[in-house]
Write a protein that binds this ligand. Structure first.
Ligand SMILES: [Zn+2]
Length: 316
């Protein structure tokens, strides 16, 4: 079994080529049902990206759900395979979560059910490539829209999780932050007879359950003040913390190029950094399956899988 600690060990000790080859050889490599079809990268694309990455000494990288589809986590917006295309499921809305006890009960029941399979997702060749770039001193800063912690699991340290991370929980009353794993244990104790099958886990760890399935689920409160608990992620309709945005603008100003990998940039919280890069005259490259909101701003756009291209883009 390819577990997290083994993955970290390998990604830190093997060369990029070796660890990516190892990843591709794993018998339990995830299948790719959530990766949109594309013709694949042509050698010219790879060469162009190589030249681009070689020219940038302080690269600012933005990643989105498209980088994690190769780890078996569906995105929202891709044609045919994204959650919006295949299901009626929509992301949790912040205001509804705060206002509605019923919504929170439903959210935590679904999150509780999907947690174990969510934990099983592992970084893929694209995550590994970016963590190697960082260790080689070629990646100035990485910002991800994903809440799956796969960059962290691959060893990336110069990384900001723009929308938070599902591995932490915050109390909306006293602000205490605790580990999601602890909450899972509490929910197991509070719901000893709870058992339903999760069908599919969304990027935000959500699964699909019916109203009748969640009505008896007992929701834990904050142990310090009995306040409402929320995953420490930015739900739709909420804003990213201002200090985080200011910090990332600073990192962007220190950079000499920007690369977007696996994001259509439909969400403004990440798109603003691409606009800013454009206003500063920084070169912009995009690697994504399908069009993005910033294609007209980019000097290079590649329509291919991140895991196929990123490991080849820098000889280390
Ligand atoms: Zn509290």
């Amino acid at each position: 079994m390819w577990d997290h600690s083994r993955l970290l060990y390998l990604s830190r000790r093997l060369s990029l080529v070796e660890s990516v080859r190892y990843w591709h050889c794993q018998a339990n490599r995830p299948t790719l049902p959530f990766v949109p079809t594309c013709s694949g990268a042509c050698p010219e694309d790879v060469e162009q990206l190589k030249r681009y990455v070689q020219q940038c000494q302080r690269l600012f990288v933005i990643t989105g759900a498209g980088i994690s589809t190769e780890s078996g986590i569906p995105d929202y917006r891709s044609e045919h395979v994204g959650l919006f295309a295949r299901t009626q499921r929509r992301p949790v809305e912040h205001g509804m979560f705060v206002r509605s006890a019923r919504m929170r009960q439903s959210y935590w029941a679904r999150s509780f059910t999907g947690w174990t399979s969510f934990l099983r997702h592992l970084p893929n060749a694209a995550h590994l490539a970016l963590s190697h770039w960082e260790r080689a001193g070629r990646l100035h800063w990485l910002v991800t829209q994903n809440v799956d912690a796969l960059h962290r699991k691959s060893g990336s340290l110069r990384c900001t999780e723009l929308h938070g991370c599902l591995y932490l929980v915050i109390c909306l009353n006293c602000g205490q932050v605790t580990h999601r794993e602890q909450l899972q244990k509490r929910m197991v104790v509070m719901n000893p007879h709870w058992q339903v099958d999760a069908l599919e886990v969304a990027p935000d760890g959500d699964v699909l359950l019916s109203e009748s399935q969640v009505e008896n689920f007992r929701v834990p409160a904050c142990l310090a003040c009995e306040g409402i608990l929320k995953p420490q992620v930015t739900f739709f309709g909420d804003n990213v913390d201002r200090a985080t945005v200011a910090f990332l603008y600073k990192k962007l100003a220190e950079s000499d190029g920007i690369l977007i990998a696996g994001s259509s940039l439909q969400v403004y919280s990440a798109y603003r950094f691409v606009r800013e890069a454009h206003d500063q005259g920084l070169p912009i490259a995009i690697l994504n399956i399908g069009p993005t909101r910033a294609n007209t701003l980019a000097m290079l756009t590649i329509n291919a899988r991140c895991g196929d291209v990123l490991p080849l883009a820098l000889d280390i």
